[in-house]
Design a protein around this ligand. Structure first.
Ligand code: NAI
Ligand SMILES: O=C(O)C1=N[C@H](C(=O)O)C[C@H](O)C1
Length: 232
């Protein structure tokens, strides 16, 4: 496939390497200075840019009829607008807060654990995410998806950065040099803590998942998720 990379930072560069290894070609690399480009040269576009640029990048692809995979986090207040546009234009789109196979399995484990523990009132839930210091958004998109998974299967109704109460899940966001992404969920009672944790050792899993998603999306129409791609 001919792939366009929207965002050529840490993820764009890792995706390029994996895409080439899998026999694809990179026909376009768009970064912050590049405003005038022809996206229609690509079979599929992969957007890993910045929160303030993602909606514009995705819109450009959908308007041009180019399937688009986005992993950029921090723009989801406009997700419904993108869904609407994609429906109107009969476009192809996948967003995932995390493209790695391991985290997508972890999402399912998180929901199962929430379902098991929520009737047991002795335990209260909290979350922590740790990322590198260049990260622009907090909490991470992955932490938000994890919180939504708990909300779906418990009496909690919302999440909040650093604060929690009987109805709200507290999420702590820690920034440390060079951490690719660590997420943990803890259920604490007076007597013990049950904790599950996912630690990314590098960005390879995220990037491979994004390339696999773009291969899967090519030739399909609609809005999809990593659950569709992985058959979970
Ligand atoms: N869904 C997932 O699996 C993952 C998501 N991410 C997310 O992907 C995004 C990018 O992450 P990184 O590559 O680590 O960040 P990065 O900061 O290394 O790269 C972002 C790049 O986007 C460029 N950019 C700025 N404005 C742009 C525009 N208008 N159009 C295109 N590019 C533009 C920047 O100059 C930079 O090179 C972040 O939102 C991050 O949270 C990161 C890893 C995994
Ligand atoms: O910014 C990052 O680096 C990451 N962002 C994603 C997120 O916000 O969840 C995924 C991964 O944790 C790395």
């Amino acid at each position: 496939m001919k792939i366009a990379l929207l965002g050529y930072g840490k993820m764009g560069k890792t995706i390029e390497k994996i895409a080439l290894e899998r026999g694809h070609s990179i026909v376009l690399k768009v970064d912050k200075e590049d405003t005038n480009y022809d996206i229609s040269v690509a079979d599929v576009a992969i957007d890993f840019s910045i929160p303030s640029a993602a909606v514009n990048n995705i819109t450009t692809c959908i308007n041009a009829g180019v399937p688009v995979v986005s992993g950029t986090t921090g723009w989801l207040d406009q997700y419904n607008d993108i869904l609407q546009l994609c429906k109107e234009k009969k476009g192809s789109f996948i967003y995932a807060s995390n493209f790695s196979l391991g985290v997508n399995l972890f999402f399912e484990l998180n929901k199962k654990l929430a379902q098991m523990i929520s009737p047991i009132k002795e335990y209260d839930v909290s979350m922590e995410e740790i990322h590198h210091t260049q990260k622009l958004d907090a909490p991470s998109g992955t932490a938000i998806t994890l919180a939504e998974g708990v909300i779906e299967h418990s009496a909690k109704t919302a999440w909040k950065l650093d604060e929690g109460d009987i109805n709200t899940i507290p999420i702590t966001a820690v920034r440390e040099a060079d951490v690719p992404g660590t997420h943990s969920i803890a259920y604490t009672s007076e007597v013990d803590t049950i904790e599950i944790k996912h630690t990314a050792h590098n960005r390879h899993g995220f990037a491979l998942g994004a390339v696999v998603a773009s291969e899967w999306l090519h030739g399909k129409t609609g809005v999809f998720s990593m659950k569709d791609v992985l058959g979970l």
